[in-house]
Design a protein. Structure first.
Length: 107
């Protein structure tokens, strides 16, 4: 999939993260995003057919830093002593990014 194939009809899993987390993703230090296995994330992740994941730094308008990447599914793993969804977010999956508020989108 390339950026030209991403449309408003693409099924996208939206994940919101703090600035320190998105900085670790941009630097390559963080390659997996974890979400608690539980009622809230079960209905958003389990059994859903996504094409993409959009990781955004905070809530707000369309000028926020983000990473749009191909969704390759998840595994359930133990993390910090309890089950979590483990979602790969390594750079090879990235479709487009914006690293700074109001910055340019890089495809």
């Amino acid at each position: 999939m390339n950026a030209g194939n991403v449309s408003s009809e693409t099924k996208t899993l939206h994940l919101i993260v703090y600035k320190d987390i998105i900085d670790k993703i941009f630097s390559g230090e963080k390659l997996i995003e974890y979400r608690d296995v539980g009622k809230y994330w079960d209905k958003r992740i389990k059994g859903r057919d996504y094409s993409c994941v959009r990781i955004t730094n905070g809530y707000g308008n369309d000028t926020r830093p983000y990473i749009l990447l191909k969704y390759k599914g998840y595994e359930v793993v133990e993390y910090q002593g309890k089950p979590h969804y483990s979602i790969p977010i390594n750079r090879e999956l990235w479709i487009e990014t914006r690293e700074q508020v109001g910055g340019n989108v890089i495809k």
